[in-house]
Design a binder for this molecule. Sequence first.
Ligand SMILES: C[S@@+](CC[C@H](N)C(=O)[O-])C[C@H]1O[C@@H](n2cnc3c(N)ncnc32)[C@H](O)[C@@H]1O
Length: 330
Amino acid sequence: MERHLINTTASVSEKDSIIRFKRDVLNGLKASPKELQPKYFYDEVGTELFRKIMKLPEYYLTDCELDIFQHKTAQLAKLITQHNEEFDLIELGSGDGFKSKHLLDYLFHSKTNFTYMPIDISKSALEYLSESLNDQLPGMEIQSFQGEYVEMLAEACYSSKRRKVVLFLGANIGNMELPQANEFCGELQSLLSPKDLLLVGFDLKKDPKKVLAAYNDTSGITSQFNLNLLERINRELDADFVVDQFEHYPVYDPISGACRSFLVSLNQQQVCIGENQIHFQKNEVIQMEISQKYDLNGICDLAAKTGFKTVGMIADSNGWFVDAIWEKRE
Ligand SMILES: C[S@@+](CC[C@H](N)C(=O)[O-])C[C@H]1O[C@@H](n2cnc3c(N)ncnc32)[C@H](O)[C@@H]1O
């Protein structure tokens, strides 16, 4: 089969993405409490640091979902190819495709007719993914989209009329507050057609110590990952954060299932971002990221409320993580 590696479609120019980045950073740091959006973690350095996080012994999430993609591939493939038609396999926030490659390999070698469409905000993640797929699965059709989830899913849906199977792995949905996750699933549902599928990875509530350790590794990589966002702001927005004046602080609430990461200002300090000045009190925090943990009822409720029917639920062998397969209702 001839290889069709279609050039990456990008949603906005580099200049516009810097304008958006600056606007979001300033709005977040002028708010109370201060916050930064986790989607900005993934510049080239952040993308590389996240690859290291996935290999940490404490970060069980990758191993759990890998267990599903590596050992239950046939079950996954059967669920997503049930209508036996050609389809587009769209992956939101694909990163390096470490887990999805097992499914791609299975589908490709079983001669399934599909095009793989990774979507990611990180240009370097998409470049790395395309190059590695070129080596590992030469001949597989890929069309990549650089930009935000919903914007680029709309482009992908517009680009072909084939059935869609959308992957949203890695418990990325946990990076949204519950109302935001509801709104997001509703937006995806409105872009899809009846019978299209959405496969979402959810991290489940479990031993609170195990959850917290995943965001507080002893080697300090998660701390570097969080602090890199301040360094990115320095690099790209002409800012002067003194990064060692901030400390990574994660907390987990086992009742709500919300694990939150903060950066704590170790002193009273003033930071310039271009011509803007941001003041920090000693011990003031910046909210960085939520990693929401779910239970099975919460997952089924989310599907039902946003117009999907659960057609499959595949857990890892520990029962710590599930990939839920939802079909858009008629
Ligand atoms: C936590 S990583 C997970 C990567 C992969 N899905 C996995 O399970 O290993 C999140 C990925 O989503 C991308 N991402 C984060 N926010 C995004 C957004 N709003 N739109 C598009 N991509 C986003 C990041 O660049 C990163 O590659």
